[in-house]
Design a protein around this ligand. Structure first.
Ligand code: SF4
Length: 468
């Protein structure tokens, strides 16, 4: 699959793709977060955590959100708190320790974890001592299993050698570096100065310390980017040779990130230029031997994500693509999301509201969703599209005892235009396959099966970023 994406007709892609540029979810969940309601509160989450049909041996994934950053990158739409005050991280640690204990106590059986990921914000905004304290608090409640994947997102501008040592001492084995773009003009516009040397030195330290996997996050579509300028960034990245690369589309979501209004519209590459930048980067990654995992992720052929793609065990959750199929995910910290077998729950977004809720009742749930039978079936279909690029009708029948083509006759009819454009192929039993070109538009294909999207579109609310 990796090579055939490379073999797409770029002229055809440039002609077709602009027609599919529309706002749409990234499907790290289904139903997506805007559907969730406040009626799903901390007590309902507590009840779902306490369900008794979970075995201690079942997999468990943990996410820890550390919201602090030293300065604001102007493209950023993450949930973060820009601060240099020391008392905020100290208070945060007290609260998250309380939250971890509350979740552990709500569970019917003690559980060990198969995966842990720290994101933000900037987790290495915490001092090495604070990193150790937080890791200990999480693992005291949920011991990590042998061979677990333990990963962290870091900002090379604030991550020291002492951090790297502390992270490894905790047992972290994967590290993800925010890079975005190495060009000075772009870095100036996005308010993020980060040299190649600084980034390469951190990779070197991480590899020397024993990290098994290094990921780079890049963004295309930023102000002043051109095909040539981003090609230089891509070539520099390839010379450093991370194990995984995430190539995100810049999301212009000014209703979430007001500071993005500071980007003069004329500074941003137009949709055609943005598309050409993306196709150039994909071409170079594949040429360098990376496998296209899906949407915006690339990995070396021996990486476990690439293996999971080949074995059809790849899944998607709030951390993106994952090898952890069908396991509960518990999120800690402000805005963190938890995904249980039949429910989603999200904690209060602001640091103050989250702290107050944790202090009052241990759990800080502000909204969530209990899945219906229809949600479960559609989630299955959307996950297959996003992770495998196909839906096999016999597998749908086995999972839900129903005929896929009959159950989704209207949706399949709506896919006809994508079939005509060479994005999707259909079999007589209704099975569908996303083509090489269509893999660049997985979100658009999945959107066809989203039962909530028509109403969200009618409401006119700005909820999602653009699909390309
Ligand atoms: S991009 Fe990362 S470092 Fe920059 S403000 Fe956002 S979360 Fe913080």
């Amino acid at each position: 699959m990796s090579r055939d994406v490379f073999s797409i007709d770029l002229e055809h892609a440039e002609a077709i793709l602009p027609r599919y540029v529309e706002a749409g979810p990234r499907y790290t969940s289904y139903p997506t977060a805007p559907v969730w309601k406040e009626t799903y509160d901390a007590e309902r989450f507590r009840a779902d955590l306490g369900r008794s049909d979970v075995a201690p041996g079942d997999g468990l994934s943990l996410y820890v959100h550390v919201p602090f950053c030293r300065s604001l990158c102007h493209f950023c739409a993450c949930n973060r708190v820009i601060t240099r005050k020391e008392e905020l991280p100290a208070r945060y640690l007290d609260s998250i320790e309380r939250e971890v204990v509350a979740v552990r106590e709500a569970m019917a059986v003690p559980r060990t974890a198969t995966q842990q990921h720290w994101g933000g914000g900037t987790p290495t905004h915490l001092s090495p001592f604070q990193v150790r304290r937080l890791f200990r608090a999480v693992c005291d409640a949920f011991p990590m299993r042998e061979g677990a994947e333990v990963s962290i997102e870091v900002d090379p501008r604030v991550t020291t050698e002492a951090h790297v040592e502390a992270l490894r001492a905790c047992g972290m084995n994967r590290i993800s570096l925010g890079v975005q773009d190495f060009e000075a003009r772009v870095q100036d516009a996005i308010h993020r100065e980060q040299s190649v040397e600084q980034t390469a030195a951190l990779v070197e330290q991480a590899r020397r310390a024993g990290f098994e996997g290094v990921n780079f996050d890049l963004i295309y579509g930023l102000p002043f980017q051109t095909v040539d300028s981003f090609a230089r960034t891509v070539d520099t990245v390839l010379a450093i040779a991370p194990d995984r690369i995430a190539l995100y589309s810049y999301a212009h979501v000014t209703w979430v990130a007001k500071q993005q209004r500071g980007f003069e519209r004329t500074d941003l590459p137009d949709p055609h230029a943005k598309l050409r930048i993306m196709l150039m980067a994909i071409r170079r990654f594949l040429d360098a031997g990376y496998v296209y995992i899906g949407m915006d992720h690339f990995a070396r052929p021996d990486d476990e994500l690439a293996r999971a793609l080949r074995d059809r065990t790849l899944r998607r959750n709030f951390m993106g693509y994952t090898t952890q199929a069908g396991v509960d995910l518990i999120g800690f910290g402000p805005s963190a999301i938890s995904e249980l077998r039949d429910a989603y729950a999200q904690s209060e977004r602001s640091l103050d509201a989250w702290e107050a809720a944790v202090l009052e009742r241990g759990l800080a749930t502000m909204r969530g969703h209990q899945l219906t039978d229809d949600d479960r079936a559609r989630r299955w279909v959307i996950t297959r599209i996003m992770c495998h690029g196909e839906v096999r009708a016999p597998e749908y029948r086995e999972a839900f005892g129903a005929d896929f083509a009959s159950a989704y006759a209207a949706e399949l009819e709506r896919l006809d235009a994508m079939v005509d454009d060479g994005l999707v192929e259909r079999d007589s039993d209704g099975s569908l396959r996303v083509t090489s070109l269509g893999r660049l538009l997985l979100r658009n294909v999945a959107m066809t099966f989203d039962a909530y999207l028509p109403q969200q579109r009618r409401s006119g609310a700005q909820l999602f970023s653009k699909t390309v």
